[in-house]
Design a protein around this ligand. Sequence first.
Ligand SMILES: CC(C)(COP(=O)(O)OP(=O)(O)OC[C@H]1O[C@@H](n2cnc3c(N)ncnc32)[C@H](O)[C@@H]1OP(=O)(O)O)[C@@H](O)C(=O)NCCC(=O)NCCS
Length: 174
Amino acid sequence: MSKPAKPAPKGDPVPVVVRQAEERDKDRLVEIMDACWEATWMPFMPPAVPARYRNENLGRAFVENAWQTCRVAEDTTGKHGVTGFSFLLDKQIKTIQVPPKMQHRGVGRALLEDAEAELAKAGHASAYVECDVFNARAAVFYRAMGYEETGRIDTDMLGYKLATHVFEKPLGSK
Ligand SMILES: CC(C)(COP(=O)(O)OP(=O)(O)OC[C@H]1O[C@@H](n2cnc3c(N)ncnc32)[C@H](O)[C@@H]1OP(=O)(O)O)[C@@H](O)C(=O)NCCC(=O)NCCS
C-alpha cells in the first residue's frame, strides 16, 4: 500500500490585508497563476494540456480578462508583496490561489474570509466553490474552513475531463 502524502510543513504566518486588485498587480497575478498551475494542476494533466496553457499564454489571458474583479492579499510587512488572490463570480468563489512558497501560512484563510464577506455584502446566503477531486490539499483547506460537500460534478479543463467536488457554506456560519 502506498504511504499517505506528507502534509506540507506549516510556515511562519504572513500578515496580509486583502484589497481590490489594481492594474499594477497584473504581472504579479500572472506569476501566481503560473506558479499554482505548475505545482497544482500540471502534474495531473496529460502533456497536451500544459502545452496549451503555455502556447496560448492562458495565465496572462485570464488576468487581462479578470484582474478588475480579483481581490489580492498583500503582505503588510512589505517583504513579500502580493501573496495570493481570489476571483469571485456571482455566488461562486471561482478560485483562490496562493503560490507554493506562501502556502499554509494563513494567506488562503484571509482570502477566503474576505471572499465570504464580499459575497455576504452582495446579498448571497451561501458561498459555493468547485474543487477538483485530485486537488486534495485544496479540499482539506475548504473542509477546514467549514465547507461541506453538496455534490460532485464532471468538469472540463482545457479538454481534460475531471471529477470535481462541489462545496458550499452558509454565510454567517463559522
Ligand atoms: C488551497 C489554498 C488556497 C490554501 O491556501 P493556504 O494559504 O495554503 O491556506 P491557509 O494557510 O490559510 O490554511 C487555512 C487552513 O487550511 C488547512 N490547510 C491549508 N493548507 C494545508 C496543508 N497543506 N495541510 C493541511 N492543512 C492545510 C489548515 O486547516 C489551515 O488552518 P491552520 O493553518 O490553522 O492549520 C492554497 O494551497 C493554494 O493556492 N493552492 C493552489 C491553488 C489551488 O488549489 N486553489 C484552489 C482551487 S479551487
